[in-house]
Design a protein. Sequence first.
Lengths: 769, 166
Amino acid sequence: MPRKTKGAAKPGGFVQTTVEIEGRTETRIVEIPAFEPAAWGTDAELGIVGARVPRMDAPERVSGRARYTTDIVRPGMLHAAIVRSTIPRGTIRSLDLSRARAMPGVLDVLGPGDAPAGTRLFGREIFYAGQPIAAVCAATGHAARSAAHAIAVEYDTLPFAVTFEDATAKDAPKVRAKGNVMENAPLVISRGDMDAGLKAADVIVRREFRTPVQLHTALEPHGAVAEWEGDRLTVWESTQGIFRVRENVSKALGITLSKVRVIKDYMGGGFGAKNGAGPHTYVAALFAKRQGRAVRCINDREAEQTDSGNRPSSTQRVTIGAKKDGTLTAIFASIDVPLGISGWEGGPGQIYHELYACPNVRTEETFAYVNASGMAAFRGPGYVEGAFGLESAMNALAKELKLDPVALRVKNFAKREPRTARPYSGNSLLQCYKEGAEAFGWSHESRKPEAGSRTRVGKGMAAQVWPTGGGPPAYALVRMNSDATVDVLAGTQDLGTGARTVLSQIAAESLGAKLSDVRAIIGDTQSLPYTGNSWGSMTTASVGPAVRMAAEDARRQLFEAAGAMLDATPDALEARDSRIVVRDTDRTMTFAEVTAKLGNVMIIGKGSRGPNPADTAIMTFGAQFAEVEVDLDTGIVRVLRIVATHDAGRIINPTLAESQLEGGIIQGLGYALFEERVLDRRLGLVMNATIHDYKIPTMADIPLIDAFFVAGADPVANHTGARGIAEPPMIPTAPAIAAAVSDAIGAEVTEIPLTPWRVLAAIAAKARR
Amino acid sequence: MRLTVNGRVHTLDSALPLSLLELLRDRLALTGTKFVCGRGECGACTVQLDGETVYSCLTLAEACDGATVLTVEGLASGGGEPSLSPIQRAFIAKDAAQCGFCTPGQLMAAHTLLARNPHPTDDEIRSGMSGNLCRCGTYPKILAAVRAVADGEFAGSAEAGSVNAA
Ligand code: FES
Ligand code: FES
């Protein structure tokens, strides 16, 4: 279908388009593809796209054959370990590397001054506990780790701040050289008139909410294997963005881009923390150069839990005003976020502006730097935290107004994206409310406890929005081999999301090939066309259209070749199950018969991702409903049931997409109930840097989960009709669970995780009232 | 020391200061079994040792003299997909592996659980599998996979696990 873009939108020309990543909008120059396939509309008859086919790389994953970065072994490979600071702030007075150097198996040591400036490694000034200060290279991992422990460091300590309050106090210590508050001022986003909005309100609720620091805790830690061949460097890295790692390494080490090759075959989870190169990458590359051998550097679990990124904590002071009928008149939030030593403004504020049609909205977010490891994107960054504040406040408002929380949300449904007044490419949030409530058997009446019972059951709900348009640049090739098998070539990555399967489905559908003849080859910067990071829930919506276009291009070539063989014009041909038929005749050839005749003449289709439609908001929506049981004596919360209904346009593979929903919900459940990094305020150290002490959900914690999608497709967003889904399901889970706990105990809970202690405190506070 | 791994007998230097996990991964190149915590907290390293589930990261290699070990690589009866064991086929069919990093450990825990208790209740599966963490959140699908094997859904031929459904 024709698509509106800014500038001259002629094929082959360049235009500006906007791409939203993790809630941030970027403007990019992109090429208009030579042709774009007609969009698969809502009623498109598709056989493979939309089918519940098993994950195509599952046999590798269940047989132990899948190779992760931690499994890469190169001839003569050495091992590196990183030494990290044990204080949060100060300078290194002395660092004795000699003992480490003398230890058996040790070949090399890097300390202050030994790494190129671009790596920002091994400075003498310490800004947080866990900061890399030196590294050891040895014949075995054991030897490297033992030597790392043997390095003696003396520090001159400096005062530090690890909490927002300490970092923003009047006489706060200097957390870093450039000031403790980002831009030295809050980030203010505002529309309408707050005073007028509050004046117009019949009811005003004011609450303060707190969310914890959450750790990604991917089971495969960050890691890299590096190997040089002359001046060319190959890096195997557990990453969500091979091309970004390439760019980072090229910059940090001063090597031209094309001499760096980054490979990622399988990875054991990312969730936002693996979006580029890290100290482990540079350490592996530097040692590999110095030693002339391959070097592996993998984070140990403590490093992974202390210095590999996190979702920062937040305090959100929220004021919401509404008319008696529930119409919102004002939403205000003042938000504090301690980022760690570095980070960006992916804060809780955004969702306050985007979820509801309210004329007057204002957020003031203060991002403080503290002497702790820097934050990183974590599945739905900002929106997960913000949803806890906004949706908990909405639930409090519903209670105040004696309205059904679902009805309150329906009342304030935004017909256009409320921040910018852009139309949506598609929005079935109302359908999500309806179908979710039905599946759950929702009624907002609290359940009467059984006489004498010391457990209480409660229920709650919350909603979600998240920008998921994806966008250019992304390229793909579809290659038909001489045996009529098909390779999809795209430099993307499969985090466990199912990208290989989904892209193969799109290619098979477009080409008319059997899915079993198609395979996706991904994860290598040297041999594959560029695609961006797998972040912002954007892989399917970015790479999918490029793959479809490449497959259509390949089909066009195939039909031209087959037309000559079948004595028909190409437009009289159809393909299905790897067989071409001349329409309305019995003349037919299989793909293999065509390619056998072609011999080594290859069919290679090329595709790219076109620009997004201009001035259109492309978002994924959803609603979740939770039922919990609370033990009044122990404060233990058990989630009994979650119903999740989301709208992500066309779902390419419902089975895999539902797995993503479940994964997000379970991480959201952990966030609601257990997960909390504990950083001691006086020591400046992480106190629970093990998987035992930092609790993530186990199978015993899992409720019944009914997670599904509303039917439909979004042909306006892109010509596959699919939007993203990875992050959205995590956004509403915690506020839905918290609302259910509040309902169960008859007292509001405003701080997560809802540990037994916090729940008991809420029960006790209620009893005192 | 002698050790049988996945049906193959290995003769090794007995003074190896290694865990069974390191022995498998670094000496025998069986990298299917994963290292995550190294201290018995996650289950990623789960293997079967003389028919029992063990965390191989906490098991001394030396103590395995004469033992029989089964790892994820030994679950299939031969090469290729048709030879995959019922629990592996169930994991594929129920989509019980996302990133797959925890999967080898999950499979070994499930395999041993079913060998000892072929007809577990859902609660027995939940508690039996709760020593194996999964950050991707595949738990509902793992439960479904173990349930399906217990219910006989994957007995017999390999067709049910085929990836060529479309
Ligand atoms: S690696 Fe053995 S239990 Fe975690
Ligand atoms: S599938 Fe990723 S940790 Fe379990």
